[in-house]
Ligand binder design. Sequence first.
Ligand SMILES: NC(=O)c1ccc[n+]([C@@H]2O[C@H](COP(=O)([O-])OP(=O)(O)OC[C@H]3O[C@@H](n4cnc5c(N)ncnc54)[C@H](OP(=O)(O)O)[C@@H]3O)[C@@H](O)[C@H]2O)c1
Length: 472
Amino acid sequence: MLNKIKDPFIISIFGASGNLATIKIFPTLYELMLKKIFPNDFVIIGYARSKMSEDEFRNFVAKNIRKYYKRKVQTNVLNELLKHLHYTTGNYDNLKDFNKYRSHIDKLLKGKKLINICYFAVPPVVFKDIIKNLGNSRKSVHEDIRLILEKPFGDNASSASDLFHFVSQYFTEDQIYLLDHYLGKSAVQSILSLRESNKILNLIMEGPEVANIQITAFETVGVEERIGYFEKVGTLKDMIQSHLLQVLALVTMSIPVTSIDESLHREKYSILSAIKFGKSKNNIVLGQYESYKNIKGVAKNSPTDTFAALRLFIDRQSWYKVPIYIRTGKKLYEHHTYMVIELKKHRFQPKSDPPNRIILEFYPDERINIKLVNRQGHNFQYQDITTSDTIACEDDSCLPEHGGLLRDVIAGRKRFFLSFPEVITTWELIDSIIKFARRNHVKIETYKEKSSGPKSQDKLTKIDGFKWYDIH
Ligand SMILES: NC(=O)c1ccc[n+]([C@@H]2O[C@H](COP(=O)([O-])OP(=O)(O)OC[C@H]3O[C@@H](n4cnc5c(N)ncnc54)[C@H](OP(=O)(O)O)[C@@H]3O)[C@@H](O)[C@H]2O)c1
């Protein structure tokens, strides 16, 4: 059973007519309502340029919850949620419209002071206008306004830093929640709890015991539906800059001894800023699936990467010379996300002996596997001894990614959000890789759909005498 949220609040959804609101935020609000997490006193207000009456907005929300909520929708719960919904039409760059929105919420709150959670469900080009007008239309800087911004935060280090400086003119850092939905996955969150609660596991996952780390994030889908966004971005930026580097940080960072969120962000920043890409063509493979250029809106000579693989290192004494391999791509043969921590062998062991491995699977299964090698019988045949258990959240207290993160914002918890220094330092890394790839004409290799991507990804692990570990 989940704890009910005690503090009354208001959620303002900017861009309430759009895709993120429709497919993620509305179904999440329904789920929170279904699980009886909301207090009696809460208000949800949509804001967008699209002209809609409040009733039209309620119908719009109801229609999309019925369409995108993954299970059967209970009409009584939905109707109860709809009673809390309101809407204001307005432009994002017009202070007068924000004053109108303020008057609207003042009328709804009738003098009560509530936490105001402002969800930015708009394209990043609109972020600054909303930040400025929210800042200028509030009555006092002491109002409890919390901003939720979804990844991507900028599209390089300079634009991320610019956004940071801009938002800092109006709001303090503790009011800003940078959301990467990967950190809302219960299996990703389990990395920290497993490390915190198992000293033994933590000891064998430390740099001196690790031979290499591999992260694989394969998808079967293409990018047709998101082509306008993806064509400008590519896989390095879309998947590696935030999602996969965040997962890597959770595994390789020092665990803070206090539960203060800032301590965790400091440690995460510290390890992320130590990740290095050695400027060599041997450390990168980029690919594009065969039919990508046939998609409407894609240039015939598009250089956009739909596959990327990297060989990285962490400039830290404890992670010295431990290679990190990351590979991710679209239209591949399977949808599978996992991390393999390959452990070192005895120095006296023959090279041909298979290694022990810790495997964290995030999708479709959410589990931890510890694979130990055993030699048995007269011929000393190798056998795996696998200890395996789910790290999925499976009881009533579990929430989908956005639900858990939204609850964290209401509770003022930032453990599974990003900090601007983390965002900027990972952009610096990705910027340097992109610059290297362009200057050195790193080839975008065409790969077949339903394959495992360009064959040359094997060169990354081969340099160090390792192989990618495929889970079948
Ligand atoms: N969609 C997803 O699955 C997803 C996933 C991860 C992150 N995100 C992030 O979530 C945010 C919202 O994404 P989205 O896909 O929901 O965006 P979207 O559907 O393109 O836009 C949301 C709303 O913003 C308004 N809008 C769109 N373009 C605008 C422009 N150029 N100027 C002013 N207003 C504009 C429109 O509302 P009105 O015209 O009615 O004002 C639109 O309905 C983005 O930051 C995105 O990167 C989205």
